[in-house]
Design a binder for this molecule. Structure first.
Ligand code: C5P
Length: 220
């Protein structure tokens, strides 16, 4: 089909990743999870002993990392230096450390450069999701959506994702701490001009996918 970029941003716990992936499947499009790239670089830094307080070292690691991410929505494989890190990047230790990479501007610049190649510059059909896709990575995307949800459903979904292994207080602390750190460099809480908001607070998974597909149909 014709090239199409669908950009979806939002915080965690809105169903962003699963909804974006399902949307890509329905559109027969590719899928890019940019958060997985920040997570993979973080995994690489921890694996190679890069000091996460050293911005220059993080930037350097980011420029040199051999990072491969599949854009097949049916097979979300991430590897670093040929090692499969698909599962490892979901560990709580990575979620806790990832903002150090995300707030290092030189590291962001490098990942944004790679993400632009995969999205806007690729001439493909692709759904890309993250925190700055609608504003920085693909501001010219045919469709731009901010997926939001109020705090209570976000915390509940995030808790389910983690298998209910954490107390409600610990979970809230972690989610809000990561949002606060991430917000220092990207505004993913408010829709930029021309960005459609889909609020998933009162929608289940199927309803959220339908709402996103409806926005895409209207915009294309
Ligand atoms: O979406 P996910 O929770 O996997 O993202 C992990 C982290 O990657 C976020 O907490 C944020 O620090 C960073 N991120 C970002 N910009 C993006 C996507 C993710 O800064 N476009």
């Amino acid at each position: 089909g014709k090239p199409l970029v669908v950009a979806i941003d939002g915080p965690s716990g809105t169903g962003k990743s699963s909804v974006s992936r399902e949307t890509a499947l329905r559109l027969h499009a590719a899928y890019l999870d940019t958060g997985a790239m920040y997570r993979a670089v973080t995994w690489h830094c921890l694996d190679t002993g890069v000091d996460l307080a050293d911005a220059a070292a993080i930037e350097n690691a980011c420029e040199e990392v051999d990072l491969a991410i599949s854009t097949n929505p049916d097979d979300q494989k991430v590897s670093v230096g040929g090692r499969d890190v698909t599962e490892a990047i979901r560990e709580p230790g990575i979620s806790k450390a990832v903002s150090a990479v995300a707030t290092t501007l030189g590291a962001r610049a490098e990942l944004i450069r790679r993400q632009k190649q995969t999205t806007a510059d690729s001439g493909r059909r692709i759904v890309a999701e993250g925190r700055d896709i609608t504003t920085v990575v693909a501001p010219g995307a045919e469709v731009r959506i901010l997926l939001t949800a109020s705090e209570e459903p976000r915390l509940r979904r995030r808790g389910l994702q983690l298998g209910g292994t954490q107390s409600a207080e610990a979970l809230k602390e972690q989610v809000l701490a990561r949002d606060a750190k991430d917000s220092a460099v990207v505004n993913f809480q408010e829709a930029a001009d021309g960005v459609f908001t889909v609020d998933s607070s009162h929608l289940d998974f199927e309803e959220t996918v339908d709402a996103v597909l409806a926005v895409i149909r209207r915009a294309t």
